[in-house]
Design a protein around this ligand. Sequence first.
Ligand code: CUK
Ligand code: CUA
Length: 675
Amino acid sequence: MLVTALMILAALAVLIVSCRDNAGQSSTGAQVAGATEDINAIAEARGLTPTDIANAVKTYTPSGRHDEYYLFASGGQSGQVYVIGLPSMRIIKQIAVFTPEPWQGYGYGEQGTMDVLAQGGTAANGNPLTWGDTHHPALSETGGDYDGQFLFINDKANARLAVIDLRDFETKQLVKNPITLSDHGGTFSTPNTEWIIEGGQYAMPLGFEYSSIANYETDYQGMITFWHFDRDKGRIDPEASFAIELPPYWQDLCDSGKLVSDGWVFCNSINTEMATGGVELGNPPFESGASQNDMDLMHVINLKKAAEVAAAGNTTDINNFPVITLDTAIAEGLLYFIPEPKSPHGVDVTPDGEFIVIAGKLDPHVTVYSFDKIMAAIETGTSDTDQFGVPILDFDAVMEAQVELGLGPLHTQFDNKGYAYTSLFLDSAVARWSLGGSFDELNDDPPWTLVTKTPVQYNIGHLVTAEGDTVSPDGTYLVSMNKWAVDRFMPVGPLLPQNFQLLDISAPGANMPVLYDLPIPDGEPHYAQIIKADKISPWDVYPEVGWNPHTQAVNPDAAKQGEERIVRDGNNVEVYMTAIRSHFTPERVEIREGDHVTWHITNIERALDATHGFTIPAYNIHVSIEPGEAVTFEFDATQNGVFSYYCTEFCSALHLEMMGYMLVEPSDSASAATD
Ligand code: CUK
Ligand code: CUA
């Protein structure tokens, strides 16, 4: 605290002494800061402005000091999740999710991670799917607030979801959607994480049947899937999950209702034109064919009632998965449409659950709907329907406000001052605007008006505010997730990083500066969530020695200290090994070509960070064994020879000696001798 105060004083001194604008200058002198602690001299040498110094002081986090927030960002096409500290913007961790990750030994032989990846299904050629197009992470919630227990994320490319346990920041489960191939409107959590929402995107025949695209309107469908989350087990329960069939519009993003709107779900759609492409045949290309209508249709779904309908068995099975048909959804009053300005993108529910904000990519406004008015309109009833018979509510009856913000509005987040923040893709800006309703009292700005815009660099997609999806956002920081970096960083060839920019949103009104840039070397992170650091309490080391992270319990078969051994039963060999600085026990494993080997290793360390890695060259095996963890991997000893297994983490001064030999005797020793 004292140090921070001193730094602020020092920064203020610079503001007073050196009010020159050096923006754009780079440090030129060989004498940069040298040994001096004179802030003016350092600023002068590095070409820093007073604003630069103020921003530095706001974000600089000294060695050993922890950040205020965790940011969990989608890793985009890397199929992973990034963990970043705020305000320092230091990348702390990558969580392996849909894609093998060698350092963590995720997908390199360890049974548990191989099993997790296998849950994600196989590719058309029978090989495992090994990448994901991650879009939207969702933290688990209790009472509409992040509770720091679990994180979910979707893979748009293969319609999959992942469950990450925040006790050890590891992926525990993948589920593959059994009826369709494409999702986008996931993941979103209901306020108590009973349901994880997975909205579809590109329509196709549900259940993967072939049908000519000439039959698009009859044979292709959209869907939304509700995955039931069993918090005690820490797993999605597919048996208790269900989907709703939707018209073959392209459902886009969704959001869950909260507080007054708890139990309802809102999803956008695009391509209500049901364009089927074929630019090569002279048809309009998708991007214009799908943008003909002035209005698309927001889907309003009564999840509470839908869950009752599904539980009552009023469903059709598609690939053994219960699906509420569109006809049932209409008959039971589960689905309503509301016109929304063309080609909408984000749909976001305000912290009080009362308003739903739609950002239409091709409309300079955001459109705000009132949940109360939607309920009243449903009560009143409507005779207007789409061609599939879904009731369409009257736009004017449910619309609360439209706020003109600028070009290319995409996504909206909230703070504690009665403001909403919307990303403007084409403007490359973050717009701050004031909410009405009960939020109007929280600031001096008139309701439903644009307050200010901060330029960002460049082409912002999502933005995220601290706890911005909850019933009680913090209003401290905003991260602008920019698709393009252009000139912000050193050149690295034609594929540039993306750019996360940290904005200070703590002051009301027009002051909303960019503080810091973080290049993200894995495109394309779409969304992130920010949670207070003190809500997450991960384990320092696994609770007991012999721990299996996939059952979150001690594995009774784990190798134990003093009981290390090699057991042979015919061609089956079982190795029980322990690891501790700086040796494996046993250090020699002698087997025969053709053996089937099951190999257990327990890291018996209890010291923080005392991780060992383990590899067997040529066998493509690599595992990471954290303190207390027990791992198992299996392989067939198909190649004879001498294999030096070793620890891959530099764990001690004698790390290089932490190795051993696996000797695979040829099945025919005579022939091997002449090789
Ligand atoms: S989408 Cu990427 S910028 Cu997948 Cu949430 Cu909007
Ligand atoms: Cu254990 Cu290096």
